[in-house]
Design a protein around this ligand. Structure first.
Ligand code: HEM
Length: 216
């Protein structure tokens, strides 16, 4: 008797197990169908708008460039020893242009918010062929503020037409540059005289004493 009821219980358990398995499978199938539908919806959304297609292409292109520049790092590192720290000095827009990474020493400088940073260690971003090569040897402020990697500024740009939000964004970017890269000096306005940095001043920020920063 006992074995029969035990067998009945086992059979019942088996049935429950099977039905719960079937339930799980149905659930999984439903979930798959749901996520399939979700993915299809996303793809349809993207394909239906030319702007979305363009954005996806831009993202793909930048990801490709970044991944490619990452792969290129070992070769360029092997052939390029680390450069000595640049002596503190100010730059005119013209002088800055030379430092786009194409010159012999390969140093790359970028100006943000009136200050010049040595971004050579980020050469895969700002050097020739990098995703942000347009910023190398230039004032990147406008490009960073307007989220454009192709905004090339060849003349001195006083950024006076940028709105508060754009200027806030420039300052946020500058904080990131300050954290990661060496500050070399100031970007000079037309006619502005370069600061005479004494050796003691080496560690001071060039804007510490003067009102030159575009923070105001
Ligand atoms: C929409 C597509 C974009 C993608 C997918 C993308 C992706 C990335 C990634 C993955 C990094 C970090 C790389 C790393 O640290 O290894 C990065 C850094 C950066 N991105 Fe973009 N980005 C895009 C658009 C832009 C635009 C439009 C700008 C210009 C305003 C920009 C400016 C920068 C800068 C300045 C860095 C910092 C590089 C450094 O560390 O010095 N990005 N981006």
């Amino acid at each position: 008797m006992f074995w029969r009821s035990a067998a009945t219980i086992t059979a019942a358990q088996q049935t429950t197990k099977l039905s719960s398995q079937a339930f799980t499978q149905v659930n999984m199938a439903e979930n798959e169908a749901k996520s399939d539908g979700f993915l299809t919806n996303i793809v349809l959304e993207i394909v239906q708008s030319p702007l979305n297609v363009a954005l996806v292409c831009l993202i793909g292109f930048l990801v490709y460039k970044i991944l490619k520049s990452r792969q290129d790092v070992p070769t360029s590192k092997a052939s390029e020893p680390e450069l000595p720290k640049l002596k503190k000095r100010d730059f005119t827009v013209e002088e800055l242009k030379k430092y786009d990474g194409t010159q012999e020493d390969g140093r790359v400088l970028v100006a943000v918010n009136g200050n010049v940073y040595d971004v050579t260690k980020g050469k895969r971003f700002y050097g020739p062929g990098g995703p942000y090569a347009a910023f190398g040897g230039r004032d990147a402020s406008r490009g960073l503020a307007t989220f454009s990697v192709s905004a090339k500024t060849d003349e001195y740009d006083d950024l006076s037409d940028l709105n508060t939000m754009e200027m806030d964004s420039v300052r946020e970017w500058e904080a990131q540059f300050k954290e990661k890269y060496d500050l070399v000096g100031k970007l000079l306005k037309p006619g502005e005289q370069p600061t005479n940095y004494s050796d003691d001043e080496e560690d001071e920020t060039p804007t510490a004493n003067a009102e030159k920063s575009k923070d105001d």
